[in-house]
Design a protein around this ligand. Sequence first.
Ligand SMILES: Nc1ncnc2c1ncn2[C@@H]1O[C@H](COP(=O)(O)OP(=O)(O)OP(=O)(O)O)[C@@H](O)[C@H]1O
Length: 525
Amino acid sequence: MLLDDVAATSEAVAATRSRLAKRASIAALLRRAAEESPPGRDPGPGPDEVVVVTSYLAGELRQRRTGLGWASLRSLPAPATEPTLTVATVDAAFERMAGLSGPGSDTARAAEASALFGAATEREQRFLRGLVAGELRQGALDAVVVDAIAEASGAPVDVVRRAVMLRGDTGAVAVAALRAPDPGAAGEALGAFGLEVGRPVRPMLAQSAPDVATALEKLGPDGAEVSVDTKLDGIRIQVHRAGDAVRVFTRSLDDITPRVPEIVAAALALDANTFVLDGEALAVDASGTPRPFQETASRSASQEAEALAAVELTPFFFDALHVDGRDLLDDPLRDRLAVLDGIAGPFAVGRLVTGDPDAAAAFFTDAVARGQEGVVVKALDAPYAAGRRGAGWVKVKPRHTLDLVVLAVERGSGRRQGHLSNIHLGARDSDGGFVMLGKTFKGMTDQMLAWQTERFTELADGPTDGYVVKVRPEQVVEIAFDGVQRSTRYPGGVALRFARVIRYRDDKTAAEADTIDTVRSYAAG
Ligand SMILES: Nc1ncnc2c1ncn2[C@@H]1O[C@H](COP(=O)(O)OP(=O)(O)OP(=O)(O)O)[C@@H](O)[C@H]1O
């Protein structure tokens, strides 16, 4: 298949707001990809073309890192006039670039890139640039691609979605679905995708509520028993063990095993040979009181890798997805917790199972008094909704926070001279854009200031010599605030009161940031 076909479809998808139209064009292209490269016909050394086409349609390169920087794409060779590049050729070129390392690799990579872009037409250049810079990626697109795989293969959409969540790899799911001879076989092939120990599953996420009483109402009938879990403010971890082999993954499915030997040791000490557990890793002091979040985060944040050895982390588990040959994802939480308690012992997160709203509220107050972040209230009959903000979990925190996207940054003055300081904050709106809500430089440590100056120079979009530097909307920041007020100053009609920075989040993409509707729900009256 020609890259031009994929680029054309990608442009058509971006040009329409209709989800049905997007789904139809993606499905048509996937079907063509499967027909043009039937299995068994000189497969060559590369992957199935359907895998590559699927990831390009989702806006991603198959290679997570190519070493190609945004800056290197500023001056491109003149475009070709005729489209000749095939998807397989392009994938092979990126594979070579990703494999380069050591002295001279930058030059070799630049030469590869220049040859690739020189063979691309103007439209293909635009598309490739978007892929490399990550500009084509947006959360909403993943869901449309899942829908399109269902349409193209005839498999039920929830079966496709489930396979993607369990496999964490949309391309592999597309191949299995599209290579099946008929819809029935496609559904069967996907149904066989189970949880595999060693392969991370997208974690279940929580909804939120302003207080415990509201959380209980959301979860179901009066008086129904729920689990009120302590909400620990650390790093989400998913720990896989098969015998002596342990792997630790983050919320975004990155493998951090080599960086957390103490978690590996704790996993090996648990009373089961094979498992997948979900939990949170935290720095705690001798009395079990959590250390400030910054200490834990310094272990995960890429910008502070040197702090790695400094803090000892303890894992706390709150869910079991698989134990000793038994998949638990579809079992009710009640049963999963019984299994968890049987193996995790002191490493299980503290919880209270109750149907009494007063007891639940008291547990929350106590957790916060002990320095924890809040609670997650969970329905005992709900399955584990991998990769989704499931209805079964509701988080409650005493402090209001939002995850917003940095839209621009201002040059600092005085003590902050030479730094990029005041950040412009945006919430996500329904059509993929961002609405500005205010600015802040409160709460920033000197370390953050140094880090963000570098980061936003990289993300700068347009001239960087002005006072306000516009940036590509990619960096998520967690903001605490005292309230939301109506305001005519900003386009969304609302502004944050006393917004302050808590931390930069590398575990969320802009597509996962909070929406303007969520922000408005905090506005009084
Ligand atoms: N007992 C618990 N049960 C579930 N999640 C927990 C628990 N303790 C801490 N957490 C954390 O809370 C998060 C659930 O909230 P959510 O799904 O909204 O993710 P989030 O946006 O990363 O949350 P936040 O920013 O509030 O930590 C989980 O990702 C996990 O890291």
